[in-house]
Design a protein around this ligand. Structure first.
Ligand code: ATP
Ligand code: MG
Length: 571
């Protein structure tokens, strides 16, 4: 967007961009619908997208800003292969850990390859190959590259692709302080990137998931279409992905004793909490929900109050590195002690019992009696059953206390656009990445890894800024600066071409709608759909050299002489 270099005018009459009036049938999210309708992207196969000229402009604008800010913190750009051998991912364990997410393939000799989902292994090997002394560090490397993940639900257009563009960077330091500094540099660069992009964003604490490692934060773009939910506290500023909200486990204490004896209840056909609460006429919170899961293959029960849900992400995080899975019908064969829908912690001798702290000693519950169609009341924690381990594993709900200050939390949907991790020495350990220290002794390197979903950002920006008329790009990423619309008559065409020429000569990127045989109304509708920040129309008063200038965002229109419009847009 240089102010000085003349730009070529892009003509709608020849541009590969066919706008559509109808939403694509399979599109659920706004960005998916609009990016397809406005001719920015085209579906190739499930989760795989072609970027058409307008979309490619936006994508390039995003990656240019990302590159500028990465360069500014001293990160060096490289480009690694996307086609990778199995071996390093075998060493790290991710060849199998990634499960069905990984695209695996064989070459003609039968050797295993994969399409890179993220590149910690390969960067670790690169640095091991290139850096031998502590003097070679710290080093920060990045690439903007195509990534591959065989996502289970690739359904929101470029928001969740199976092939997508990611900026991934990696930092290598000899000390924990060095890593903290590389992390801080990235965090600040990310704030500058998302601010320059015009993306509304929040930084939230995150769980580290399959990456391993310790400190990690996500950059989330609030949007209804987001697949993430984050909790935030207006009182103290706390913000975290709901999966990462964990309350300190205080002393679990319940009501005083004095409960009656356990009493069995005939409760036919009540395998769910809803059916049970309705049958007995009690609130769901009076019942105890017992979810069976497998932890490294062993069946365990997780108890939470009946009005709460278990967050499997939180459970997995707290039990990591153990693998948590849901039980299947087969797990019940040969287990008469496990009665589906009627499980209760009392008398579950062979099953470990994990519970939410609300299931405190002294509290009494209505829960399964471990017999079909039967429940039990007055089942008292500490008297009738023991909790083996307390965990905070309930799905966070609005109004739950903030872990930092105790005030009520709010929940909002958001799109994860970036993720920064202090990985530590996990990969350096796996690959034996050492450098020679000042005393001539080897020092183990510590790493950070940092991602931005470059193609996802395009969709996130569309989600946040679109209105009922279409896309509405922030100036920094828009596919053009001005969209010049020529109404049908010769004088109008000429004035439009003159406007486009003058703007382009002073470095503005211009999209000129010079298509013949279309009504001004259709052209204007297309211009609003495409969402360039300024729309300049040579119409009714073209003979007087007067044009109409529309601010796409506010919809404000103004008639003014062409010369004035040009000088305003090039100021
Ligand atoms: P998600 O939870 O959305 O699947 P992730 O946590 O697996 O993402 P990371 O491994 O942290 O993703 O990847 C870094 C960044 O790459 C993410 O913050 C996101 O912006 C982007 N990204 C991840 N998966 C996809 C995808 N399938 N399509 C587009 N962008 C993606
Ligand atoms: Mg992530």
């Amino acid at each position: 967007m240089s102010n000085h270099h003349e730009q070529p005018v892009r003509r709608m009459s020849t541009l590969l961009a066919r706008t559509l009036r109808e939403d694509p049938a399979d599109a659920e999210t706004l960005s998916h619908k609009l990016l397809v309708r406005a001719g920015f992207v085209r579906r190739s196969s499930a989760g795989v997208w072609t970027w058409l000229p307008l979309g490619k402009q936006v994508l390039d604008n995003v990656s240019r800003i990302v590159r500028e800010e990465m360069d500014a913190i001293g990160a060096q750009e490289v480009l690694l292969p996307a086609l990778l051998p199995r071996e390093p991912y075998e060493v790290s364990g991710r060849w199998s850990e990634y499960g069905d997410q990984l695209f695996r393939l064989k070459d003609r000799k039968g050797a295993d390859y994969l399409l890179g989902p993220t590149h910690e292994e390969i960067f670790t090997l690169l640095v091991k190959d290139q850096c031998t002394s502590y003097k070679d560090l710290p080093v920060m490397l990045y690439q903007v590259q195509t990534k591959y993940r065989d996502e289970a639900r690739p359904r929101s257009g470029v928001l969740r692709g199976r092939e997508f563009q990611m900026k991934d960077s990696y930092s290598f330091d000899v000390s924990d302080e060095g890593l903290a500094e590389s992390y801080r540099l990235h965090r600040e660069a990310y704030v500058r990137i998302f601010t320059r992009l015009g993306l509304d964003h929040r930084i939230v604490s995150a769980v580290s998931g399959a990456m391993g490692g310790s400190a990690s934060e996500e950059f989330l773009a609030p949007a209804a279409a987001g697949e993430d939910t984050f909790a935030s506290c207006a009182a103290c500023g706390y913000a975290a992905n709901t999966e990462a909200v964990s309350h300190p486990l205080g002393r679990a204490e319940g009501a005083a004793a004095g409960h009656g004896p356990v009493e069995e209840l005939d409760t036919p056909d009540t395998p769910t909490i809803e059916s049970l609460a309705a049958h007995l006429g009690v609130p769901a919170s009076a019942t105890l929900k017992n979810l069976l899961v497998k932890v490294d293959g062993e069946i365990v029960a997780v108890g939470v109050p009946g009005d709460r849900e278990v967050d499997l992400g939180k459970l997995g995080e707290q039990l990591a590195p153990a693998v948590v899975e849901l039980v299947t019908a087969e797990d019940f064969t040969g287990r008469p002690d496990l009665v589906r829908g009627y499980v209760g912690p009392q008398g579950l001798e062979k099953v470990r019992y994990l519970a939410d702290p609300r299931v405190a000693p002294g509290t009494a519950w209505i829960t399964g009696a471990n017999r079909p169609d039967t429940h039990a009341r007055n089942v008292v924690c500490g008297r009738d059953f023991e909790v083996d381990r307390y965990l905070d594993v309930v799905v966070v709900e609005p109004g739950d206390p903030c872990p930092a200050c105790g005030e009520g939390l709010s929940l909002d949907r958001a799109i994860e656009v970036g993720h920064i991790f202090q990985l530590g020495r996990k990969y350096a350990d796996a690959f034996g990445l050492d450098v020679l220290g000042p005393q001539g002794k080897p020092v183990r390197v510590t790493m950070g890894s940092y991602g931005i979903g470059v193609s996802r950002v395009v969709a996130a920006l569309a989600e946040q800024t679109a209105d009922e008329r279409g896309l509405c790009w922030p100036a920094a990423v828009a596919p053009a600066d001005v969209h010049v619309v020529a109404a049908g008559k010769a004088a109008q065409q000429e004035l439009a071409a003159e406007a486009a020429g003058a703007l382009a000569a002073s470095g503005r990127r211009v999209l000129l709608d010079d298509r013949a045989g279309l009504s001004p109304g259709v052209k204007l509708t297309d211009a609003e759909l495409i969402g360039v920040p300024w729309i300049l129309v040579a119409g009714r008063r073209a003979a007087d050299r007067v044009v109409e200038l529309q601010d796409r965002r506010t919809g404000t229109r103004e008639e003014l002489p062409l010369a004035e419009a040009v000088s305003r847009l090039t100021a």
